[in-house]
Design a protein around this ligand. Structure first.
Ligand SMILES: [Zn+2]
Ligand SMILES: [Zn+2]
Length: 364
């Protein structure tokens, strides 16, 4: 589906503006607030898609909803960036590397069903990152001024979200503690008694139903996983909007590299382990062993969802560092290099202090 959402004043394409929280024309500045009418006009809902059907028919439902599209892949961190305008990337938004090449793939990405538009503007996030960076110990001084704020990029990251209905049956051995009194002789030869714990094992079985709602699987390779975990969650159950290219134009989108079937597999493993602990909680008694779970999933659906992050990616020495901020909540997590000079001076200063102070104590 290709459609345009042109500016009512000059006819150019509108873009999402985080500060105004509205669609805005990059040429004449006209703002069009996002409303239920806009959604109805676009005729879109945040729909869940049938998983089995999508896996059977992999060519369906693809593309970004616009003809204008340009993809590049970073040769350093492998992230694939998508631009829905004529913007030409000079460096990778994720790691700052200049070695990027045009990316061609026969199939477009699966069209996102929903998007969480940016809520925190670049001005707000610059201040927050400066504060964050200022409070780091032993960071090289020159980074503070140079590397940080020039390389700030707003990027939409791909997530898969899955729903499923699960029914499970389990069998296990439930263990019940009981105690007996034993007599024994202590070291001095006196008779003593003590309580000894035993387990009585009984077979147990049961079943349960569970609905998994909006289970998330990240599709990004550009953002380091441990940083992503630190800036989660994104409120994907409440604040999503139906995807339209206007939200994304003027921003960078990462194309997912965990594809749908791989993501579905990861989701199934995750649901399996959640179900296992739900079943385990049902086993009666004080302890348990040999838990076996048979489960069946039905009505599995998915969405490809885009969520906003502000990114600073830079190379210092030979390493790549990243600062990630949640574009909706403002939560920041980051990696940064340590200045070995600063640490060395701090250690030397501490040693010097000990050398100066130590004699005072020895004399007393
Ligand atoms: Zn305009
Ligand atoms: Zn890169």
């Amino acid at each position: 589906m290709v459609r345009k959402h042109p500016c009512p004043e000059c006819g150019a394409n509108l873009e999402w503006n985080a500060k105004a929280q509205a669609l805005k024309c990059p040429y004449c500045g006209t703002q069009v607030p996002w409303s239920e009418d806009t959604r109805e006009e676009l005729g879109r809902e945040v729909a869940e898609l049938d998983l089995a059907q999508a896996l059977r028919n992999p060519a369906a439902g693809r593309g970004w909803g616009t003809e204008e599209r340009y993809e590049v892949q970073c040769q350093n961190c492998r992230a694939i960036s998508v631009f829905l305008d004529r913007k030409v990337a000079q460096r990778c938004d994720f790691c700052g590397s200049p070695s990027i090449v045009a990316h061609e793939e026969r199939n477009d990405a699966i069209t996102p069903q929903s998007i969480l538009p940016f809520k925190i503007s670049d001005g707000q996030i610059r201040d927050k990152i400066r504060q964050w960076y200022g409070s780091r110990w032993f960071a090289p001084s020159k980074l503070k001024s140079a590397a940080l704020t020039d390389t700030l990029h707003g990027v939409y990251l791909p997530y898969w979200t899955f729903d499923a209905h699960a029914s499970a049956r389990w069998q296990a051995e439930a263990g019940f503690y009981y105690y007996t009194t034993e007599t024994y002789r202590d070291a001095s030869g006196n008779t003593q008694t003590r309580q000894v714990q035993h387990v009585r094992w009984e077979p147990a079985a049961g079943s349960l139903q569970h609905f998994f709602d909006d289970e998330l699987v990240p599709g990004t390779v550009g953002v380091h996983p441990q940083l992503l975990r630190q800036v989660e969650p994104f409120p994907t159950t409440t604040d999503l909007k139906p995807y339209t290219p206007e939200f994304v134009r003027g921003w960078t989108v990462e194309r997912y590299q965990v594809d749908l079937s791989k993501a579905a597999q990861l989701n199934e493993q995750d649901m399996d382990s959640q179900l296992r602990s739900l079943c385990s909680r049902q086993v009666p008694g004080d302890t348990q062993r040999n838990l076996q779970v048979q489960r069946e999933y039905s009505g599995r659906t998915f969405k490809h969802t885009l969520v906003p992050v502000w990114l600073v990616g830079y190379t210092y020495g030979s390493k790549t560092y990243q600062i990630v901020a949640n574009g909706y909540t403002g939560q920041i997590a980051g990696e940064r290099p340590y200045s070995w000079m600063k640490i060395m001076f701090a250690v030397l200063a501490a040693l010097l202090l000990i050398l100066l102070i130590a004699p005072l104590f020895v004399q007393q």
